[in-house]
Design a binder for this molecule. Sequence first.
Ligand SMILES: C[S@@+](CC[C@H](N)C(=O)[O-])C[C@H]1O[C@@H](n2cnc3c(N)ncnc32)[C@H](O)[C@@H]1O
Length: 203
Amino acid sequence: MPEAAELYNAMNPWADRADERFYLGLALAAASVLDVGCGTGTLLSQARAAGHAGRLVGFDPDAVMTGHAFQCLLTDSDVLTTLRGVRDALTPAGRFVFETRNPAARAWEQWPEGGFEFPWEGKPVRVHYEVQPIVGDVVDVVENIVGDGWRRADWGRIRFLSVERLGELLTEAGLVVEERYGDWDRSPVTPDSAEIISVVRWG
Ligand SMILES: C[S@@+](CC[C@H](N)C(=O)[O-])C[C@H]1O[C@@H](n2cnc3c(N)ncnc32)[C@H](O)[C@@H]1O
């Protein structure tokens, strides 16, 4: 059975999606970039390949697949520790840009109906999701990956912070929101926006 990290790039190849273009554009416009929760480093590799000649640094405590990286921060204390660390790493002119799925859009309700296939060593691998009942703002998801003669079930837990609570935590960490979008086209956050995309700087 392959390791989760081995499968990650095959399951999530660079696809020139709107979110990927959004972050690649920001990375190319910045002299130096820190990718927090970089996974296998896809974004920074793309930035380098596209000609970024400056400092590109990524860090990641693991390489599991548990949702938008910010949503792996499950408690207020995790969020605050991370945001304060980011604040320390930012320069006065620097910006921290991240997204978290909007809980109002209740995306987790659609996941069990979805799923997809990807090729692995020449054979199709099927991915489907099971979602446990939501407790507070935390959702437990099992990602079932079924290959030819093997299967793995990767359990993940992600938090869906509301716009209001996220704003409070950012303020507590000494950061202010400069811009906030509800989607990759930079449209505003509405009750049914899929994303809460925040561009923040020192408060
Ligand atoms: C879905 S992956 C996204 C990886 C990468 N950003 C990408 O877009 O391909 C979420 C990542 O968040 C990372 N992560 C989990 N907890 C974290 C933490 N406390 N701080 C930073 N990254 C974390 C995970 O290890 C995982 O690689």
